[in-house]
Design a binder for this molecule. Sequence first.
Ligand code: SAH
Ligand code: SF4
Ligand code: F3S
Length: 472
Amino acid sequence: MSKRVYINTIGCQMNVYDSERIVNSLIPLGYETTPSVESADLIITNTCTIREKAEQKAFSFLGRLAKLKRKNKDLIIAVGGCVAQQQGQTILKRMSHVDLVFGTRALGRLPLAIEKIAKQRCRIVDVDMSSSLEDEALQSHVLKADTVSKFVTIMRGCDNFCAYCVVPHVRGREISRDPALIIKEIEQLVNEGVREVTLLGQNVNSYGKKEGLCTFVELLSRINTIEGLSRIRFTTSHPKDLSGELINAFGSLEKLCNHLHLPIQSGSNRILKRMNRKYTREAYLTKVAELRVACPEISITTDIIVGFPGETLADFEDTLSLIRQMRYDSLFVFNYSDRPLVPSRKFTPKVPEKDKNTRLQQVLDVQKTITEEIHAARVGQTMPVLVEGHSKRQKMEYSERIDTPLQWSGRTTCNKIVNFIADGSTKAAPADFTGETVCVSIERALSHSLWGKLKEKASDCSALKGDRSYAA
Ligand code: SAH
Ligand code: SF4
Ligand code: F3S
């Protein structure tokens, strides 16, 4: 009889990718996933510790599992990811219902550990970081294409040691995967129906350097030739390492999307220095200017931290002025959070929580206006959209509202969500658009998305990058 595994994923895209591999590596043991935590034989939490809140989320979920364990003594509870790596044994001491703690480089050993626990009812901690990246158990996984777009991790770890960041401490030193294995993985995904990949690494610009593999741009060029793949995205590129070669790739690789996530963190040079970011506001702006020459259509997004220790009102004003100058398409903003092991933990003066909240809200307000203006300028344009499926709201409402035209959802190459309808008058409308790149005329701009109608002729937007797959 098959056993059921429930997996709860907290944190970044790397954890999403790892969770999929974890689930796949458990198939040979007879596990299939369940959406119901109550019916699971094995519950895995893949955790994040980037900010205190993420860690609290993991522990509050784990706390709620104690009563399930009391009801079912055979239930196995496992904790993986960045909190697991950081706290190891402490988690077992703190929570008697947890059976297994596995770190960020123990993924390949997970099936063996689960089998051992099932047989011997022992408790295991595995936070060894010395393993190679390409574990056999992870290679043998069956790739499933349940979505049009997939993440592919190309490197693990980070060597940058930004003063606030826990990642180098919990993910270890940077290691790049073999390009041949990355290509093989993407080809398999494309065979299964995937049309877009997002390559993941904490700093993709240093891909392959240590190991003497190919460069990141060479890897992109190779992926660009994979037949059937429509789009390539990647995240993250550290501004200090954003090379001229990569900037030019945005103008020359036709599958590379017109979007770059380029985290600035702060607009103040004094704070950037204290953060150990190794670039200035001016150097960042120069690179962005070059990018906009190489690819005028590029959309740029960013991450901001407010309330870094020592951040004055003048420093914060520099961040606001940078946001206004940059006119980001969108951004993520976080309150600074003290993390274990990081240098900034000892930096003073700390910014009071209420001031961080005020600054966070100010950033959101400034950005909201900019995003709305950028979205409004899109009304009336025709944009290529890679269709991901029905819009979320439609999925919920469709059973009750079958009279409304079916609404589809996808993204533009510049990463805007577009919801659209393809009504009966549209001859170009095939039964299912999922995985296709179609042209949509934008009729309405919303704060987080655009809304439009399917256009009949693909040729209307053929001048734009990334839509070649429509004609194919
Ligand atoms: N490698 C990526 C970022 C990974 S972490 C990069 O360098 O861009 C994602 C984001 O979390 C960071 O960009 C930063 O804005 C935020 N972050 C990291 N540590 C934080 C902390 N201690 N407090 C608040 N935000 C933090
Ligand atoms: Fe953290 Fe900096 Fe590495 Fe990004 S580059 S993961 S912010 S240490
Ligand atoms: Fe969180 Fe670890 Fe990712 S700390 S952001 S899950 S690398």
